[in-house]
Design a protein around this ligand. Structure first.
Ligand SMILES: [Zn+2]
Length: 86
């Protein structure tokens, strides 16, 4: 088991700047939309924002997903999208 007290730092929410929090839940099998035995995800604590990353298998994966950011410059750089011919 990972040591829950050694939490990697979470970046603030990219939309509202609010605090982010890790959570996880064990799946009893009656929720087919959960992907793993235990799902981890990170969400924004701000009411009416509640941005979150997808379910991850480990806390580290969820934190990585949350902390991965793309810059506006990268977003606006023209590159072919999936299924599009350049
Ligand atoms: Zn937020």
């Amino acid at each position: 088991m990972t040591n829950e007290t050694e939490a990697p730092e979470l970046l603030p929410c990219p939309f509202c700047g609010g605090a982010a929090q890790h959570t996880s839940r064990s799946n009893s099998g009656d929720h087919s939309w959960f992907q793993n035995d235990v799902d981890h995800w990170i969400f924004c604590e701000t009411a009416n924002c509640y941005v979150h990353v997808g379910m991850c298998e480990t806390r580290e994966e969820a934190v990585d997903a949350w902390n991965t950011r793309i810059t506006i410059a990268e977003l606006t750089t023209t590159k072919p999208k999936k299924g599009e011919t350049p």
